[in-house]
Design a protein around this ligand. Structure first.
Ligand SMILES: O=C(O)C(=O)C[C@]1(C(=O)O)C=C[C@@H](O)C=C1
Length: 319
């Protein structure tokens, strides 16, 4: 394939931060974006640093992991998006996850006493490790590639890393075992995050992300939030509660739902949430990674919402 054209004269290439170092699954997710081919890619040691690079203007965007099909959400990403200077999701993408056990050349499987990896990777290889390395200690690293980079150092006290097959080439490590994930169909979802601005254009196959902060703790508080979505025919694809950090028992709800902020039913639901919640943080509308279009229930299409609004206007005007 010919190399992508350079940016026009005077226009610096976009800078994208990501959870690094080189060789992470996050880097694979970022490289799946056509724009990455023309961009400067900036590896960051943590999700927090990658997102802060966007907040400070050091990077134009950041790709971070948000959810794994086996281990669930990535709490640091949910919490960073729910607090601090607002950020906006503009794209999502998925990467199939396959793990290898990597070690310095010459290290044998029976020599592996300590294996390092990211906590989400540890959770996805738990059964394989229990069966094949029963006396091995599993320690956590900031990312799978950070574990591989550390293991490549002959002074390392870690004997092996669980990482992406790509990390073996990158850090010149030997593959002691491949395909060691407990679930061969594991997939991780990543998001591209930028500073707030115009939401990505409506594609008809969109998702909207938001964080709803409860006004106070009372019977049915969560139900009240859910009603705002259900009564407008908005289908949720994910909801989870996260502590706000303010006090014990103080929670917010991280929600993904089908549709775009420009869809009448989603806009109306957001207005409803704004009325019943202490705060609502809009995290963006963006095209779904799987291209699935929502089913619009009778009475909740744009035409029907607009027709109802026009009818009310006529009533008020005495027409
Ligand atoms: O450590 C990496 O390689 C990452 O990109 C992070 C991460 C995650 O946060 O879940 C991404 C995909 C895998 O599920 C394991 C780790």
């Amino acid at each position: 394939m010919p190399p992508p054209p350079p940016p026009p004269p005077g226009v610096p290439p976009a800078r994208y931060a990501y959870l690094g170092p080189e060789g992470t699954f996050t880097e694979q997710a970022l490289r799946s974006l056509p724009a990455a081919a023309r961009a400067e890619l900036v590896p960051c040691a943590t999700v927090t640093l990658a997102l802060d690079a966007v907040r400070s203007g050091e990077a134009d965007g950041a790709v971070v992991p948000i959810e794994n099909s086996v281990e669930g959400s990535v709490p640091v990403t949910l919490d960073e998006l729910a607090t601090g200077e607002p950020l906006m999701i503009t794209r999502e993408m998925t990467v199939p996850i396959a793990f290898s056990l990597l070690a310095r050349p010459g290290v044998r499987p029976e020599d592996v006493k300590v294996v390092a990896t990211h906590p989400h990777a540890a959770a996805q290889t738990r059964r394989w490790v229990a069966l094949n390395l029963p006396y091995t200690e599993v320690v956590h690293a900031p990312s799978t590639a950070a574990a591989a980079a550390a293991v490549a150092d002959p002074e390392s006290t870690w004997d092996a890393a669980i990482a992406a097959p790509l990390a073996a080439e990158h850090y010149r490590l030997a593959v002691l075992a491949a395909g060691i994930g407990d679930n061969p169909d594991a997939v991780t979802r990543f998001v591209l995050v930028s500073r707030p601005g115009l939401p990505a254009p409506r594609s008809g196959r969109d998702k909207t992300s938001l964080v709803a902060f409860m006004r106070d703790d009372h019977p049915g508080a969560l139900l009240e939030i859910l009603e705002q979505l259900t009564m407008r025919g908005v289908n949720m694809t994910r909801i989870e509660s996260r502590p706000t950090g303010a006090a014990l028992g103080n929670y917010c709800f991280s929600i993904d739902c089908e549709g775009h902020v420009d869809d009448a039913r989603v806009g109306e639901a957001l207005m409803g949430l704004r009325r019943v919640c202490a705060d609502v943080r809009f995290l963006g509308s963006y095209e779904r990674h799987d291209g699935v279009a929502p089913t619009v229930r009778p009475g909740t299409s744009d035409v029907e919402f607009n027709d109802a609004a026009a009818w009310l206007a006529r009533l008020r005007a005495g027409d």
